[in-house]
Design a protein. Structure first.
Length: 492
């Protein structure tokens, strides 16, 4: 009995102390405000207001978000709220962070358009900065494009672009724009980016497919471009429409693509017998060549060409001094690097056809061996491509002193570009290695050397078939003969 009484007294005492403390410290009205704030409702409202704006330095959105915070603090009774200004010049360091450069947006819209009697008609607005600021990705730069949309999936590896030409088009990606800009725009020449990256996947908004998420490019970009953000739902609708694209029916399909591209990239795997598919996967296709196209201020003078025989400069010039030189060049390739002393096959076609260069200037093409598909120390980068070009230019300089000084412009192609720009798998110029096991009646595969594969009315006519590769037209001629034979058979 006694114990119970003691406990009751103690409890009452504690409660009384607590109440007395709070009302002494905080005004009743403020207390009500704090209760409302901590209920979560006001917090969510504030967060909504702030997160639906871009909080980017100097932009009008940043001002709006900051002003909202000031207003709220003042409404809570704080009377000394000030906004301090710091440099946003892209240079000043704040601790470990460099200040971002100014980013301010005047307007941005993304429209679906249609052709109406030769005129471009706006059909549906997919994004609008003024009503939904997040529909423009942070750090987007000015730009304009009326073009088609290409779905590249994640868009972060070369494989995502295989078989699709995105040059001048908009890419639709599931990645943050900053992750794809260098590849999609810098490397493959896309006009811009549309992203449905689900930022903050783990946050409370989860997979709400109606929301446009915050997206961003880089503040210090290597590739300058713009990007729009659309909701996951909108992206799925667009993807469905793209997948439902017009179906083209044909009696026969004749393709001069390489077998991997034909069968592994363009055809659904279920139409192929498993063993055939396996054989195509094993078909050796490794590329080993590169190319330089060079604009020159003057005609190069090779020391090996005597002044008495200038016509020699009009022919093919090869740098391949001896077998040992070639062998060493090939050894480099086997080790996964380009030949330090490369084999070069050079032409200066402007010596024969002066119309391909301005008067007095010249154009040189250089075919180079050997160049690896992927360097042993990792994928191709612009730096490695430049280093490869430098090796070639230095080699030419050795044989034509002063040549480097005459260079006006230069284009370099490694197997990486040959694959991604022209569609040559692994950059193999012959659509497959010319080894004994892949020639004659084995080209491209034993049992499939007659320009037909396992898919009915699908014919192969390119360099991967006998007697390819090379520029000769014979695979096409032979394939046409086979197709005509089949047509006659079905007509009979
Ligand atoms: C740098 C270089 C130097 C060469 N030098 C010589 C030489 O000196 N002598 C010689 O005989 N041969 C040479 N070749 C090889 C020769 O060019 C090829 O063997 C020949 O062009 C192959 O002809 P093709 O019709 O089979 O295929 P290609 O000429 O490769 O044509 C295939 C076409 O299909 C397109 N394509 C790819 N994917 C798709 C897709 N998904 N949808 C639609 N189109 C697609 C490609 O863009 C390409 O236009 C060289 C090749 C290169 C790259």
């Amino acid at each position: 009995m006694k114990t119970k009484c003691m406990m009751a007294t103690l409890l009452l005492l504690v409660t009384a102390v607590a109440e007395a403390d709070l009302t002494d410290l905080v005004d009743e009205a403020v207390l009500t405000q704090i209760a409302a704030e901590t209920s979560g409702e006001a917090a969510k409202r504030n967060l909504d207001t702030i997160t639906l704006q871009h909080r980017m330095r100097t932009g009008s959105q940043f001002e709006a978000a900051t002003q909202h915070i000031v207003n709220m603090l003042e409404s809570y009774g704080l009377d000394d709220v000030r906004i301090l200004h710091y440099a946003a010049d892209g240079e000043t360091m704040f601790g470990t962070q460099k200040s971002r450069p100014v980013w301010n947006v005047r307007s941005a819209e993304l429209w679906e358009v249609a052709d109406a009697g030769g005129e471009t008609k706006r059909v549906r607005r997919l994004g609008d900065w003024s009503s939904v600021p997040l529909s423009l990705a942070q750090d987007s730069l000015s730009g304009e494009a009326t073009t088609t949309l290409v779905d590249v999936g994640a868009g972060t590896t070369a494989a995502d672009y295989a078989g699709s030409d995105v040059r001048g088009k908009l890419v639709l990606t599931s990645s943050q724009p900053g992750e794809v800009a260098d590849l999609a725009v810098g490397e493959y020449g896309a006009a811009g980016i549309v992203s449905y990256a689900p930022n903050q996947r783990s946050a409370w908004w989860l997979e709400d497919e109606r929301l446009v998420r915050w997206g961003h490019l880089d503040s210090f970009p290597r590739t300058k471009t713009f990007a729009f953000m659309i909701s996951l739902g909108e992206a799925r609708r667009l993807q469905r429409r793209m997948a439902d694209g017009e179906e083209i029916r044909a009696g026969s399909v004749v393709s001069n693509l390489d077998p991997r591209r034909n069968y592994l990239k363009l055809m659904p795997s279920e139409v192929l017998p498993d063993d055939f598919r396996g054989d195509i996967e094993r078909f050796k296709i490794r590329g080993s060549s590169g190319k330089l196209n060079i604009a020159l201020d003057r005609q190069p003078r090779f020391t090996a060409i005597p002044d008495t025989a200038p016509e020699l400069a009009q022919g093919t010039i090869t740098i391949s001094p001896n077998m040992e030189y070639l062998e060493r060049g090939y050894d480099d390739w086997k080790r996964g690097t380009w030949s330090r002393r490369p084999f070069l096959d050079i032409s200066v076609p402007s010596t024969i056809d002066p119309t391909i260069a301005p008067a007095g200037k010249h154009m040189m093409t250089v075919f180079v061996q050997y160049v690896p598909v992927v360097p042993a120390d990792g994928g191709w980068t612009p730096e490695k491509r430049d280093a490869f070009a430098d090796t070639v230019l230095s080699t030419i300089e050795e044989h034509a002193p002063g040549f480097r000084d005459s260079i006006v412009d230069l284009e370099t192609r490694t197997p990486h570009e040959l694959e991604n720009e022209v569609g040559l798998t692994e950059g193999n110029i012959f659509h497959g290695e010319l080894t004994l096991d892949q020639l004659l009646f084995n080209r491209p595969l034993p049992g499939y050397a007659q320009y037909r594969g396992p898919v009915k009315r699908f014919y192969m006519c390119g360099s991967s078939t006998h007697p390819g590769g090379g520029v000769m037209g014979a695979p096409g001629y032979n394939a046409a003969r086979e197709i005509l034979m089949d047509l006659k058979r079905t007509a009979a």
